[in-house]
Ligand binder design. Structure first.
Ligand code: HEM
Length: 491
């Protein structure tokens, strides 16, 4: 009897064709294994007996990342919040996440149960900033560093810097005359110079130009693909990072040997000794990583907020006039007394301060922050598995009509009354909240004083946001700025 074989099997009857079949089957089997693994991973994220927050995890592994990139990120979060509530799950950038958009729940993550949610950053960013920078730590090391950084930026510590910052403004302003500038880039240059004097002190060492140059090279590759191959922007940035480390270490050694700690945060870090283990100084690399970290945290953020302030003032003519009047009142006193700005002058700028607050709310340049559950957590009736990312959504809270009526309207007068507790967190909350908030506000006030009293605003020339203060100050961003900044910070 002859068996009739189906074609593939018939094909497999010779030794040669069996090998071919095996070769054909291997990718198929691997593909099936891969699919099974994805299903297993997806299943792992959905423990049957626990109640995960509502929401969609999207496709295996890809999750909802493509939707986040395709949609406007604001509507991505808003639509899900509307559909699933203030606590919902999703899966983005390869991670299962829980999004938090109620003030109370955000407070639990950032303040009351902060020990259960550690800060988390991609390894490539940690390498670039420096793994010993305080952002990446919790516990004793973090609190030691935080105390030092906070001490350097308290109002009492920075009130003496007003005239140095003013000198920086006065150096910048003439360079904007009769030319079109890119506002964000200029604000970055300004905020960078302020960050550098805060980090190193007023009297700057010879190495400073080299340090600035290397830092700028590092920054260029910060948002590149983390591909460490010769020629890639990431590789170039990492090379600059290594050189920066060497240069900073030489500067640290020089200051240690001369027993001259110098000013700025560097001086404070060099002078620190751990009380419990006497003489336990911070190491050179701990100091270098934290100096780079603070410069990094200080300048892009402040520059983005300043750029938004200029846009909002430009869009709200009456407001710009009122701010200018407030600043001219101060100006006339300075001229009369023939002196520069002081800290006390900056405390007499209530309207300008409210413009800054409202900009921090409306633009919410850090839309959210990342935390990771360090263990399985029972949270507001839901279960958050260990390793899941937890994201307090500052922007959603700042744009909630329950706390800020007509949230889309730029209205500084809403800050005549203090906002409800935990509803306004432009500088974060809890252990990792921003130690530089006072410095950021101070440098914004000083720049706005000189800008509004020296330059005047003319109507826009084109569709792009154009501010003319004798010269054209072109605001080159669009609504995506928030998104770009949020990526600079967290991804
Ligand atoms: C308008 C400008 C700024 C904004 C909107 C801002 C916002 C924030 C936010 C939201 C956090 C908390 C992040 C988190 O919880 O994960 C933070 C942390 C931090 N900021 Fe700022 N910041 C600004 C300016 C500055 C300045 C000028 C400095 C420099 C002194 C600075 C230094 C830091 C540092 C060192 C941290 C980390 C603190 C820690 O991990 O304990 N920031 N900032």
């Amino acid at each position: 009897m002859q068996l009739s074989l189906s074609p593939p099997l018939a094909f497999a009857t010779s030794r040669y064709s069996q090998v071919q079949v095996v070769f054909l089957m291997v990718p198929g089997v691997l593909f099936c294994c891969f699919l099974l693994l994805l299903v297993y991973l997806q299943w792992q994220y959905h423990p049957k007996d626990k109640r995960l927050p509502p929401g969609s995890m999207g496709w295996p592994y890809i999750g909802e990342t493509l939707k986040l990139y395709a949609e406007n990120p604001n509507s991505f979060f808003f639509n899900r919040q509307k559909r699933f509530g203030d606590i919902f799950k999703t899966h983005i950038l390869g991670c299962p996440c829980v999004m938090i958009s109620s003030p109370e729940a955000a407070r639990i993550v950032l303040v009351t149960r902060a020990h259960l949610f550690k800060p988390t950053y991609p390894t490539s960013k940690e390498k670039m900033i420096g793994p010993e920078a305080l952002f990446f730590h919790q516990g004793a090391y973090h609190s030691r560093l935080k105390k030092l950084v906070q001490a350097s930026f308290l109002p009492s510590a920075i009130r003496g810097s007003v005239s140095e910052i003013e000198q920086i403004v006065l150096r910048f302003l003439p360079s904007w005359k009769n030319t079109t500038i890119n506002t964000l880039q200029e604000m970055k240059r300004y905020a960078f110079d302020v960050a550098v004097i805060s980090a190193f002190g007023e009297k700057q060492d010879l190495e400073m130009e080299g340090i600035k140059h290397l830092y700028q090279r590092l920054e260029k590759g910060y948002n590149s693909m983390p591909l460490d191959l010769p020629g890639t922007p990431f590789h170039k940035a990492m090379k600059a990072r290594k050189q920066l480390n060497e240069t900073l270490k030489k500067l640290i050694q020089k200051r240690r040997q001369s027993r001259r700690q110098g000013g700025g945060l560097l001086g404070v870090l060099l002078g620190d000794k751990d009380d419990e283990k006497l003489n336990n100084q911070l190491s050179d690399s701990q100091i270098a990583d934290n100096i780079i970290g603070v410069i990094f945290a200080a300048h892009d953020t402040t520059a983005s907020v300043l750029t938004w302030i200029l846009k909002y003032l430009h869009d709200n003519e009456d407001l710009l006039e009122a701010v200018t009047r407030e600043q001219e009142g101060i100006r006339s006193k300075l001229v009369e007394a023939n002196r520069g700005l002081t800290w006390d002058d900056t405390r007499r700028m209530p309207l300008t301060s409210r413009v800054i607050q409202e900009t921090l709310r409306t633009a919410s340049i850090l839309s959210f922050t990342f935390r990771e559950a360090v263990q399985d957590v029972e949270f507001e009736g839901f279960f958050i598995p260990k390793g899941w990312k937890v994201l307090p959504l500052f922007r959603s809270i700042h744009h909630c009509a329950d706390f800020f009526p007509r949230p889309e309207k730029f209205d500084p007068s809403r800050f005549e009354v203090p906002p409800k507790p935990n509803t306004f967190m432009p500088f974060g909350n809890g252990l990792h909240s921003c130690p530089g908030s006072e410095l950021a506000k101070l440098e914004m006030l000083i720049l706005l004083h000189h800008l509004t009293t020296t330059y005047r605003s003319l109507p826009p020339l084109s569709l792009s946001y154009t501010l003319i203060y004798h010269t054209r100050v072109k605001i080159t961003h669009d609504d995506k700025l928030n998104y770009i900044n949020q990526r600079i910070w967290v991804i």
